[in-house]
Design a protein. Structure first.
Length: 272
């Protein structure tokens, strides 16, 4: 299985600390040595992405990103353990496409039996993974339903519906963003942590690195981290239930319950 990392914050935030923990799992403390990628949203709709088919624990590009502070309000990252699709640059996540003048980003872990039998619209995979096919199918479904951007509540409801559908094909853990909201779906394992005042200290599980966030933040900062497995040893992470679809916006957390209309429930905040 691959591993995911996401961030939603109300201010541009440096993710180097959490990314360092994830990168170690890419071939050193974990078996996810078949490539990695990360996307940062900056200044609204703009984003920049980095991909490498080499293990993140040994990648020179990953080392560069640990030194270079890119501050962002939404981040999507992934380390890969290949099961479908060869180890190659085009098969590294996150994948991205444009829709409604927004750059969408998607990362996934799990296997989806039969996904490649689902027809696609104008969105075609570049690589050979079932993950990218699933992303193209999601984008095709969105475009087919709405030629122009829908209301946020409508989009939330449909994303939750699509996630529930794909979850019937196998393990569907995913992160998806349209530059405004970060969606997450738990098919097997996913957890999150919200940091806000009063801030404390945190120590990585996979590396001897400790940060006092009180020295790095202001009292109004809200930052939520999403990961396949907890990245820190001295903070309380909240496990999502299998089948949960969650929307993160400006660090706030909302549980989306699919149905005739979405019921949005505020999930627990782990702030001290």
């Amino acid at each position: 299985m691959c591993e995911l990392l996401g961030m939603s914050a109300n201010v541009p935030t440096d993710i180097r600390f959490s990314f360092a923990g994830l990168a170690k799992r890419g071939g050193e403390t974990g078996p996810h040595a078949d490539g990695w990628g990360i996307t940062f949203y900056e200044g609204g709709r703009g984003c920049r992405s980095f991909h490498d088919p080499d293990p993140s624990a040994q990648s020179e590009l990953a080392k560069l990103l640990r030194r270079f502070a890119i501050k962002s309000r939404i981040v999507v990252a992934h380390v890969r353990k290949a099961n479908r699709g060869r180890v190659s640059l085009e098969n590294t996540h996150p994948f991205s496409r444009e829709l409604w003048g927004r750059r969408w980003t998607f990362a996934h872990n799990g296997q989806l039996k039969g996904i490649k039998r689902r027809p696609l619209g104008r969105f075609e995979p570049v690589g050979s993974t079932d993950s990218e096919h699933a992303f193209c199918w999601i984008m095709s479904q969105l475009q087919e339903r709405w030629p122009k951007p829908p209301r946020p509540a409508q989009l939330d409801a449909f994303v939750a519906e699509l996630c529930r559908d794909l979850g019937t094909l196998g393990v569907f853990n995913m992160l998806l963003s349209d530059s405004r909201v970060l969606y997450a779906h738990c098919g097997k394992r996913l957890c999150y942590l919200t940091r806000c005042a009063p801030f404390g200290t945190a120590t990585l599980v996979d590396e001897d690195w400790r940060v006092d966030f009180a020295q790095e933040t202001t009292e109004t900062d809200v930052v939520t981290m999403i990961a396949t497995r907890a990245l820190t040893r001295d903070e309380t992470w909240t496990e999502l239930a299998r089948g949960d679809t969650v929307a993160f916006k400006d660090g706030a957390v909302r549980l989306l319950r699919p149905g005739r209309r979405v019921v949005q429930v505020a999930l627990p905040c782990s702030c001290g």
